[in-house]
Ligand binder design. Structure first.
Ligand code: KG4
Ligand code: ZN
Length: 333
């Protein structure tokens, strides 16, 4: 079964053709990152406009690279939530038009579900149930993936998402947007013990995260140094901040795996590209005899292939949308 996956929840316009939820036949991403970098973050209005301009070409290229015609496609899957509402609406309306005109089923896909499904494309042996740490720019969840379309949220962030904290901390260090990837690079030459940063816990919720205090601690360090006419070494600051975020993420996911008896753990979302997170979890899972699955770097960020993968499983579960499908800025997994 061939699914065309469409993604436009943030600043990538993406389309892909995926076979049986597991095999990528094409994966085309038009990133707007260079334009948003000028403003230090995603400008929603610009994102919507660029999606509208790019979507036709991206879908056409995805079909062409896969060697498929629209008539060969069995279903059109689209990200409908959560994300920037104007950006999502472009993908949803385009998918509706395409599905209606070609008489194909329309499948709504939740963005976090699709991030999890990125793992299915790289790891044929991975099947639910497993525990997944989903960390992106907008969300940080520990999710029990009970089945392909059944999820239980075990922990979540109470304030900033991990990616958002990376981006804001990076910005305060003078690093470009998107901060996560630049902070990760800057940290490579730094000492993770150079600065003592808090390890925030959420009272009574052992699997929940809180990153805003950590972000503020870094901003305060930089501000206080600035007042004294000093500048702090960015590599040390980046490495210390990264270590604190990774500790918070990895400690909780390992604790949850043990408490809920999971022997398989997966990583998902943009932050799963972080080298320190990948190394730390690989080591900790190795020590505990837990199998760890991570998406390849090419599938960590937003893309259409993960939508095609999850769309396949949503289709099998009977999840279809009619032409009243709407987009939602927030929606539980
Ligand atoms: O999943 P994603 O591409 O978009 C959303 O759904 O939000 O995640 C983007 C987030 C950004 O905050 C970005 O800075 C972060 O993922 N990110 C990273 C790295 N690469 C991307 N954070 C830390 N280290 C990285 N290497
Ligand atoms: Zn995402």
């Amino acid at each position: 079964m061939l699914v065309l996956g469409l993604e436009s929840s943030c600043d990538e316009t993406a389309a892909a053709v995926v076979e049986d939820g597991r095999k990528v036949l094409s994966n085309v991403v038009a990133s707007q990152v260079d334009e948003h970098r000028l403003y230090g973050g995603v400008v929603p209005e610009i994102a919507s406009r660029r999606h509208a301009e790019n979507v036709v070409g991206v879908v056409r290229e995805a079909l062409e690279q896969a060697g498929t015609a629209l008539s060969d496609i069995d279903a059109v899957a689209v990200t409908y939530a959560p994300g920037l509402i104007g950006a999502l609406l472009v993908g949803v309306n385009f998918a509706k038009g395409l599905a209606f005109s070609a008489d194909k089923p329309l499948v709504p896909v939740h963005h976090l579900r699709s991030h999890i499904a990125a793992n299915y494309l790289a790891h044929p042996e991975l099947k639910p149930p497993f525990l997944c740490l989903v960390a992106s720019g907008g969300h940080s969840h520990i999710v029990a993936v009970e089945d392909y379309t059944r999820f239980q949220v075990i922990g979540r962030t109470r304030d900033d998402a991990a990616g958002e904290a990376f981006d804001k901390a990076a910005r305060s260090m003078g690093l470009p947007y998107p901060g996560g990837v630049y902070l990760n690079k800057a940290a490579q030459g730094g000492d993770p013990h150079a600065f003592k940063l808090p390890n925030p816990k959420v009272e009574g919720a052992p699997y929940d995260f809180s990153f805003s205090g950590l972000k503020t601690a870094v901003i305060n360090l930089i501000h206080n140094a600035g007042q004294k006419g000093e500048t702090l070494p960015v590599p040390d600051l980046a490495a210390s901040f990264q270590a604190a975020v990774v500790r918070a993420l990895s400690d909780r996911v390992m604790m949850a795996a043990e408490a809920f008896g999971y022997k398989t753990v997966a990583l998902a979302g943009g932050v799963s590209a972080n080298s320190c997170l990948r190394e730390t979890l690989s080591q900790q899972c190795g020590e505990k005899g837990i199998r760890l699955f991570m998406p390849p770097l090419s599938l960590c960020g937003d893309n259409g292939a993960m939508v095609g993968a999850q769309g396949f499983y949503e289709f099998l579960a009977g999840n279809r949308a009619d032409f009243t499908l709407n987009a939602y800025a927030s929606r539980p997994i």
